[in-house]
Design a protein around this ligand. Sequence first.
Ligand code: SAH
Length: 360
Amino acid sequence: MNKVNLLDLDRPALQAFFLELGEQRFRAEQVMKWIYHEGITDFAAMTNLSKALRVQLDALAEVRPPRLLYERVSVDGTRKWLVQLAGGNCIETVFIPEGDRGTLCVSSQVGCILSCSFCATAQQGFNRNLSTAEIIGQLWLAHQALGGGRAGSREITNVVLMGMGEPLYNFKNVVPALSLMQDDLAFGLSKRRVTLSTSGVVPAIYKLREVSDVSLAVSLHAPNDALRNQLVPLNQRYPLAELMAACKAYIQGLQPRRITWEYVMLDGVNDSEAHARELVTLLRDIPSKVNLIPFNPFPQARYRRSPPAVIDRFRHILTAHDLTTVTRKTRGEDIEAACGQLAGQVEDRSRRQMHLRMAG
Ligand code: SAH
């Protein structure tokens, strides 16, 4: 029989697990503290549980995070971990320290099913969804690698689901992981400090709002359908008008009530003054923050980064129209940890590369 990996269970599921064993609900709270606050994975060391329960847990369950394969550290302090999953694939997790802040960028899938032409992960193809344990396990591993909360260790203050994969295409496993990120007995991050980034899976945005209140970032990259169809092919399925409506519905009743838009700056493609003005019109009636991301190159990329002066000009047009806009600092570029550079080691099972070759 397969053991239950307790990292797969959010608090309600863990309570149900203990009730089913004939135990009390609060056992879930005790065990969560051991796992997430103390970093303990061995039931024998969970000394406030009875000996009999510890033996029973050992037989039925396990606490199994994925395995850290290696770490690379950038000159700017960014750290990238290659994380090995059961079955042999690897994903990447990135830690970005900045002053008091420490942002962990987490992957949600092995590879990605989308084929955004400017993203390295897209070139890898797709293998499978990560389990909840593999998603929350990235926080668990990073927290341990950063010192496990001991005096002097770096803290994870923010989490962004901006690593490999499309989180809303792994809804079932992502949602319990979000809940653990926010749970005081696990990572206790407020909804402002957990951000899910999506390329715009419209029906899932509505569904997410029913079960979560995390901050939403949307990979926009173009101010009109014609261009976005090329850059983010998912737009052909869910065009901008539908995406905007879903985003407005998402922030209804939320605080802070605003969407973060990611906009990769591609030289001569989406960075003109006319594009900036079109973007102003598109975002006119939705509370917004725009993140301009200088394009990060990767092998075989067919784009170049917009020159700094062009990015500044673009930003000034937006800010002149009262759109909060920041240019994202490129971090960890020397270790291929920057946005769009995560590749891991993915065995493509979608055969998408082959489809593309045949289509081309
Ligand atoms: N699939 C989700 C999560 C990935 S987030 C999404 O699309 O939002 C990763 C962010 O980095 C996205 O905004 C993505 O568009 C951006 N990105 C991808 N490739 C990039 C590149 N080469 N340079 C800069 N940003 C890139």
